[in-house]
Design a protein around this ligand. Structure first.
Ligand code: 3HC
Length: 293
């Protein structure tokens, strides 16, 4: 299916949504970025600006490229401005009721040819598609954090996706300078299914006292060549998001390996959510509970 994506919408300009909007804008697409209120819109714009400034300071973009990218994004509080978008990517919180309500609105507002995509990390794309009158034109487009840096996009097709659509979305991902991998609609797809099992297991090893938090982080960085240790990565992803993904994986598979480690639940209950709340495993380490033995 030859499909041209010229204008895209991004709904939700939190860390992921702002990063996704930046990726589209830097690739030359017109972007409509939607957030619920003025404060959230301002945060999304600031996030994008900071990230682009960083790219300029690292020599990865010129000031003109930064300004052009920002100029391609129209920030708005109204979903109605998505009427003429060729593609809309949803990046709102991982709450099925919120997503269903949003997709019902998008289905009503957008033209029949608009492709609706979700950046969900673990919810069922099929279930989200089923809330619309165009389930064949709803796919998953799963970016990774930090979106401006990570090269992978998981393109999720479902049993009802129109022929050729995952191929067209994969071609778009390539145009963004990303590497698409087409995956089926199973909880966690590929990356989160494997990655969260590992991160959860790291938390279990910590609870078992096999090594300290720093010890496990250092071991995985220097012994497995990973850019970040598991606790630093849990802080980046967000402990609440991580625990939620584990819970969804556990519900779908009933495999105990996915049952969220008690320490993850405990930190989430205590409001230690990682970078987004300013405190997570890193704060635990600073408090002296994670030192190498
Ligand atoms: N926004 C924009 N650019 C960023 C950035 C951000 N938030 N963070 C880092 N960068 C850029 C830097 O500017 C730098 O660019 P340069 O090489 O051109 O100068 C480059 O990325 C490397 O950054 P740093 O030198 O500051 O730091 P690191 O080398 O430690 O890299 C990292 C940071 C890219 C985050 C790296 O540690 C990494 O790859 N970590 C693993 C991340 C990961 O696994 N993400 C997936 C999480 S799972 C997920 O997202 C799925 C979801 O559903 C939960």
């Amino acid at each position: 299916m030859a499909r041209e994506f010229g204008t895209v919408g991004v709904v939700g300009l939190g860390t992921m949504g702002a990063g996704i909007a930046e990726v589209f804008a830097r690739a030359g697409l017109g972007v409509v970025g939607v957030e619920a209120d003025k404060a959230a819109l301002a945060r999304g714009r600031d996030h994008m600006r900071t990230s682009l400034d960083r790219a300029v300071s690292r020599g990865r973009a010129t000031e003109a490229e930064r300004d052009e990218a920002l100029g391609r994004v129209r920030f708005t509080g109204s979903l109605d401005d998505l009427r003429d978008a060729d593609l809309v990517v949803e990046a709102i919180p991982e709450i099925m009721d919120l997503k269903s309500a949003l997709f019902a609105d998008l289905d009503r507002i957008c033209g029949p040819g608009t492709v609706l995509a979700t950046n969900t990390s673990s919810l069922s794309v099929t279930a989200i598609a089923a809330t619309t009158t165009r389930p064949g034109r709803v796919v998953g487009m799963h970016f990774f954090n930090p979106a401006p840096v990570m090269r992978l996009v998981e393109v999720v097709g479902t049993v009802v996706t129109e022929d050729g659509l995952t191929g067209a979305v994969a071609a778009l991902a390539r145009r963004l300078g990303r590497t698409p991998v087409t995956v089926g609609d199973r909880a966690g797809f590929v990356v989160n299914r494997l990655l969260l099992a590992y991160l959860n297991h790291a938390a279990t090893l910590l609870e078992l006292g096999v090594a300290s938090q720093d010890g496990i982080d250092v071991a995985m960085r220097q012994g497995a060549g990973l850019p970040m240790g598991p606790f630093a990565l849990l802080d980046l992803i967000g402990l609440d998001t991580s625990a939620e993904i584990c819970e969804v994986l556990f519900q779908e598979t009933r495999d105990r390996v996915h049952a969220p480690a008690p320490i993850l639940r405990e930190l989430v209950a205590g409001g230690l959510l990682g970078r987004k709340s300013g405190k997570g495993f890193a704060a635990r380490r600073e408090a002296g509970t994670g030192a190498v033995p």
